[in-house]
Design a protein around this ligand. Sequence first.
Ligand code: UN1
Length: 513
Amino acid sequence: ATSFGIEEALKELGLNETNNGTSTGANWFSNGEEIASYSPVDGKLIGKVSATTKEDYEKVISTATEGFKEWRQLPAPQRGEIVRKFNDELRRLKEPLGKLVSYEMGKSYQEGLGEVQEMIDICDFAVGLSRQLHGLTMHSERPGHRMYEQYHPLGVVGIISAFNFPVAVWSWNTALAWVCGDACIWKGSEKTPLTSVACQNIAARVFSENGVPEGISCLITGDYTVGEMMTKDERVPLISATGSTRMGKIVAKEVAGRLGKTLLELGGNNAIIVTPDANIKNTVIGAVFGAVGTCGQRCTSTRRLIVHEDVYDKVKSAVVDAYKQIKIGNPLDENNHVGPLIDKDAVKNYQHALDKVVEEGGKILVEGGVLEGEGYESGCYVKPAIAEAENSFEIVQHETFAPVLYIMKYKGDVSDALELQNGVRQGLSSAIMTNNLREAERFLSVEGSDCGIANVNIGTSGAEIGGAFGGEKETGGGRESGSDAWKVYMRRQTNTINYTTELPLAQGIKFDL
Ligand code: UN1
């Protein structure tokens, strides 16, 4: 079997079989037990990384805390210049890094490259932002007074990210946090430790070449117990966590208990509403990519198709037909559309969802199943499935991180569709396919989609970095990436300056002594 240039990619990224505490990043110490990374693509061992111990963590946090004091002094545009240099390296290493993402996580090579492209884009965004960390000015109610607000660096930012976007989510946080003057400690997923080490190596190299203080990019590795060291730590004012709602609830409680800040980007249960005025061809492309892309493991993956009864049969058969074209196999082979799930636990969850939907009265339209035989030795390849289901089914209400699409019918008008769409606990991404202006505007109106992302005539996944990314309800309320998401990485200060010889009090209060 061809290795698709994996060996070369690992080499270019400076990875070897054992990456135990020997990273070039002086900010990455780890002496704990070994974490082995097996590829879901072929089941082979890619390499090993050792986990962060409590002592390692102490070293990391004190280095980061010290580094921050120096880093925050550097003018933001100069911090932006460092991010620009880091981005040069990302551009240079886009292919090997995209390949490693594909091999370690299982998404298609195209999507691996796309993920690195998101890193590049957010870095560009952050460089521009480094000259635009604006506050507002206000008019004081008192004569001879001036008011304004300014944003200062916050401190050490803890980043917890998931396996499904093993590199992009880190960069959405770090690129902004770095220009904002913060130090970052990253706990990547224990399912994709090598991509984390690869990123840390890039940052560490660029930073040390450019005299950035140690501790501005730190990596800690391991399971949730390692994440807990940060969430419990008062020296970490902000925890940005991307992952499951279950994890988010634990993190939120822990951090809120010490009145720290959180940025939570959690589960989705994303739907596309298909109205009688939809372009069916585009609907099929959007729905199929949304449901099977990344093997259904994006937090923006399309889980539900809510189709008007007038076009239901047409849409259903077009989508079912499209599923027949899907090629499943090695994601590094660009002929395949869908790679494996991340691991065998994910396969179990997928199977459970299919059993459960039938048990609850759903009807399978496209049969699922685990693939076996040549090329599928890892045991992680599954067939994307479609089931006709009711929105109220317990399994439909639940986010299953796998390529299972539920299709359901709505009657009446767009408010009936919206009731179904909004009738779940999550609120990340949503979409409507329509050429009817009234329907589109109602979908976007105050009575419309309750999600953080609401799209017209595109699917639910594949958001650009320029917008704020995140959602409401159990999705956690946080916003990462573009727009003004940077503000969470800084502390805001309101300043009132009196340049008179008097001391007039606010609200006209007289206090004569
Ligand atoms: C995620 O799945 O955690 O919108 C993020 C998208 C990507 C990001 C997904 N830009 O699908």
